[in-house]
Design a protein around this ligand. Structure first.
Ligand code: ITT
Length: 205
């Protein structure tokens, strides 16, 4: 069958595509569908925003839709950028702008508490969080699953895979950044991959 994911983020689509391949499910995203307006993510939590995206699109197409809302939560920044991860450096910011802003904010934040950010071993704990909602417009039912993965924010980007903040997200137990993993490897450990496994468990797959 086919599954529509309510995303315009090609990085997310690639990961879902890889994850659903073994089930023979074809993944489409909003680039494949016409007439979907830009969706305002007005929620204050990942789950609320994932629900808004899934329901908005599902009500238009009349079929079940999966949505992901995700982000990076940095301890030293009190959980920021969080739900604002995609637009951290501005409404239509790109990944490079967002990554640059993250490093700037982290440097400033750590300096104010007297931490010498030039020490290479000083890395800042953070989590990637993914909330998934599968919404069925026929009966208004929804399934939700959320997961996170722990890492450390690097001073300089490493790797060219993935998307978003992946080059700055260090995985100590792998001795690699998230951007140094293949899509398959990333799915095995990532926030999104783990949330998807939980969701698949809920639907008995
Ligand atoms: P859609 O709403 O169209 O799905 P989006 O990128 O705007 O795309 P979000 O609102 O959920 O999606 O924002 C998620 C942001 O969090 C994303 O743009 C990245 O900056 C960051 N992010 C989430 N998951 C990530 C991952 O696996 N690797 C790197 N950065 C990630």
């Amino acid at each position: 069958g086919t599954l529509l994911v309510a995303t315009r983020n090609h990085g997310k689509t690639a990961e879902f595509r890889e994850a659903f391949r073994k089930f023979g499910v074809t993944v489409k995203d909003l680039g494949d569908v016409e007439g979907i307006p830009e969706i305002e993510e007005t929620g204050t939590t990942f789950e609320e925003n994932a629900f808004i995206k899934a329901k908005t699109v599902a009500d238009i197409v009349g079929l079940p839709v999966l949505a992901d809302d995700s982000g990076l939560c940095v301890d030293a920044l009190n959980g920021e950028p969080g739900v604002y991860s995609a637009r951290y450096a501005g409404e239509h910011a790109n990944d490079a702008d967002n990554n640059a802003k993250l490093l700037r904010e982290l440097d400033a934040g750590l300096r104010t508490v007297g931490i010498d950010v030039t020490e290479p071993e000083v890395l800042s704990p953070a989590q990637f969080v993914s909330s998934l909602v599968l919404y069925d417009p026929q009966d208004g039912s929804r399934l939700t699953a959320e997961a996170q993965v722990e890492g450390l924010i690097l001073r300089e980007p490493r790797g060219s895979g993935g998307f978003g903040y992946d080059p700055l997200f260090w995985l100590p137990s792998f001795n690699r950044s998230m951007a140094e993993l293949t899509v398959e490897e990333k799915n095995r450990i990532s926030h999104r991959g783990q949330a998807l496994n939980k969701l698949l468990e809920l639907i008995g797959r």
